[in-house]
Design a binder for this molecule. Structure first.
Ligand code: 13P
Length: 339
């Protein structure tokens, strides 16, 4: 029964033409985003902003689920409806970020390990009661001179698998997110190698710990040139390298892959996803779980002013629509011009 529920929730999250909105910024991260538009990160501003995102008319055409932060799952809309319920009533599945952040990895300068396993079983039960149906845990892997180390990859893979097993026990679909960062001047070839080792380690741990892959989703980075690499791979090269890498490491039992945007521009994140879906030749759904690439334009359009809500919602709808098209390989630059 549980396995069936998990698999059907996972399938709903990667339904054709749809993807996930990541709106689960932790307090320090949302503060950074709000600083960029010069508004203070108060609890009320965070509530107002996220209410605006979630009440965007017809957003459910392209958004299957939203990842929330703990605070948001407990907040209510202006009319007193819990924000998770606002989503559920539109047929959008509420999810929850459950990790407690990436912290310095003892003994390994420059590397991080994600915390949050202690007490996780109880927190998951509470989130389930609050209406969440899926969860997210993010691990970060940095590329550098002698990085990543095997120790960092394995510690993070182990934690991801423990988290995933606990989620499935609680009937929540785990989104497994091992993010290889794009910071650095490394080549795309180096990103392929690191992403491959990371994914292989993650799937080894998931298997060892008895996680049922049919009831999970993978949220990986795309395979990209480092941000400061003078030689930037083009859209088609990124798409081919990413799909090739995933084909090597991700079992076909996984129903879907939902990319993070990781600092790519909104338009490029869409173009990359589109190119991958146009390529074909993969057994899983290829979708999105974007934070910045869905929110950047809407955040700027809003700028904290209630008079801008309609324009900001239009900006979100547009990005969601473009990514919905990219899910099917039918996105074109013309869609940007038309808007
Ligand atoms: P970005 O798309 O901004 O990378 O955020 C997605 C996310 O949820 C990272 O954990």
């Amino acid at each position: 029964m549980t396995a069936v529920t998990l698999a059907s929730t996972a399938a709903e999250l990667v339904a054709k033409g749809k993807g996930i909105l990541a709106a689960d910024e932790s307090l320090p991260t949302i503060e950074k985003r709000f600083n960029s538009i010069n508004i203070p990160s108060t609890e009320e501003n965070r509530r107002t902003y996220r209410q605006m995102l979630f009440t965007t008319e017809k957003i459910e055409r392209f958004i299957s689920g939203v990842i929330l932060f703990d605070e948001t799952l407990r907040q209510k809309s202006d009319d007193g409806t819990p924000l998770g319920e606002v989503l559920a009533r539109k047929g959008v599945i509420p999810g929850i970020k459950v990790d407690k952040g990436a912290k310095a990895f003892a003994g390994f300068p420059g590397e991080k390990v994600t915390e949050g396993l202690d007490g996780l079983r109880d927190r998951l039960a509470e989130y389930r009661d609050l209406g969440a149906r899926f969860a997210k845990w993010r691990a970060v892997i940095a590329i550098g001179d002698r990085l990543p180390t095997a120790a960092c990859i394995s510690a993070n893979a182990h934690a991801l698998a423990r988290y995933a097993a606990l989620c499935q026990e609680a009937e929540l679909v785990p989104i497994v997110e091992p993010e290889v960062l794009m910071d650095g001047d490394h080549t795309i070839a180096r990103c392929v190698d690191v992403t491959l080792s990371t994914l292989e380690s993650v799937y080894q741990e998931l298997e060892r710990q008895g996680v049922e892959l049919e009831g999970t989703l993978l949220k990986p980075n795309m395979v990209l040139s480092g941000k400061d690499c003078p030689q930037q791979a083009g859209i088609d090269e990124v798409a081919e390298a990413t799909v090739r890498c995933l084909n090597e490491a991700v079992p076909s039992a996984v129903p879907g892959i939902v990319f993070l945007s990781g600092g790519q521009s909104s338009e490029l994140a869409t173009a990359h996803l589109n190119a991958m879906n146009a390529l074909g030749g993969h057994p899983w759904e290829l979708s999105f779980s974007y934070g910045r690439a869905l929110q950047d334009h809407t955040l700027k359009a809003w700028a904290g002013d209630p008079a801008n809500v309609a324009a900001a919602q239009r900006a979100l709808y547009h990005r969601a629509q473009c990514n919905g098209a990219a899910r099917m390989g039918t996105y074109t630059g013309q869609m940007e011009v038309a808007a």
